[in-house]
Write a protein that binds this ligand. Sequence first.
Ligand SMILES: Cc1ncc(COP(=O)(O)O)c(C=O)c1O
Length: 449
Amino acid sequence: MRTKILLKEADLPTHWYNVAADMPNPPAPPLGPDGNPVGPDALSAIFPEALIEQEMSAERWIKIPDPVREAIDMWRPSPLFRAHRLEAALGTPARIYYKNEAVSPAGSHKPNTALAQAWYNQQEGVHRLATETGAGQWGSSLALAGQLFGIDVRVYMVKISYQQKPYRRSMMETWGAEVFASPTDMTEAGRGVLAEHPDSPGSLGIAISEAVEEAASRDDTNYALGSVLNHVLLHQTVIGLEVKKQLALVDDYPDEVHAPCGGGSNFGGVAFPFFADKAAGKDIRLVAVEPASCPTLTKGAYAYDFGDSVGLTPLMKMHTLGHEFVPPGIHAGGLRYHGDSPLVSQLHHEGLIDAVAIPQLETFEAGVLFSRTEGIIPAPESCHAIASAICSARQCVETGESKAILFNLSGHGHFDMAAYDRYFKGELHDYAFPEEELKASLGHLPRVG
Ligand SMILES: Cc1ncc(COP(=O)(O)O)c(C=O)c1O
């Protein structure tokens, strides 16, 4: 029985897949402060033209530039695994597959877009980028990309993650980036938050405000985002495109695809290429998995909202808990975001993809079972997809169905061992979902129209 399903370097996809081409309704446009759709000009202060074009494109296939393909082949194509040992431990008739994105230098899927974004910026003469990071996976990826393409990188890292994961900071610094614990006193956005909440643990929304403010206020600096935006999800579709080729080698096809969902980029990356088949009539379930304490898709409103906490970004139509919502300090730092990708949100709103929310302890339980059977210690974010896939595989035990269940192992947890320690000591708990805070935060959604 095959365990690893591998592709050759020549099999690396030549084009990214743009889901906008197959959506039944065109993506809702981002809006400016006047309530009108923003044009490319409004974005050009912080993004290179090529990425703005991709953001608004409806072309189904977009060519991957040769230098980007040659850079991501440092670790791509990534392996697809059949999880025989996990299947045996569960006693399930299901066939479980996982795509291993932990093999990248930074340890997750994030470099797939970081290298592309850095290259496009370099091509347009930009040599300084500001960004945010939650868990540190994105900041590390952009730090590496900056190093490869000659770009200085400045990272606003969510304070609670900065404290929980000191070695992620070391990693970013090793690749030459500067890292600050957000909220900082270096930006107006950060100072505003600190004035009201001196002990703020930070959030992705706050760190985005700081990085956007820096990029918008300096001619020499652009902004790079690690998720949410259409072009980021586009760059991640190499994941699902490779999986399709890999499953064809073993003559299989998934009934279900599970992926952790923070801003939506690894979910979009693995699931969108399968959405193309779903749009053509194929029966396949695409499941975005989020934390019960930050349940954007399952409990958020579908509304126009800011992508950051302070309100510097255009308004995006998305599932949101409100831009003022500061999620509890769970260890899956990459899933602590108040909003979600507009593409993922629209597909969920239209009933074309599914979402589930899972409490923290269940995700660690799944991560430990996975570590003890398959050997790889997963990132806390990835544990969400594992928990959801295990839940389906256990249902197969009841029903006797032999479903093919695919999940995306979006990253390894080697920098998250403090979280595992706390789990083993019984110090982790499930956060009660803060209904009252959500109500208050949704009361402050911006008015549109
Ligand atoms: C390992 C890992 N998985 C998943 C995510 C969630 O982000 P996204 O939804 O953009 O894939 C992150 C974000 O930092 C991450 O680091």
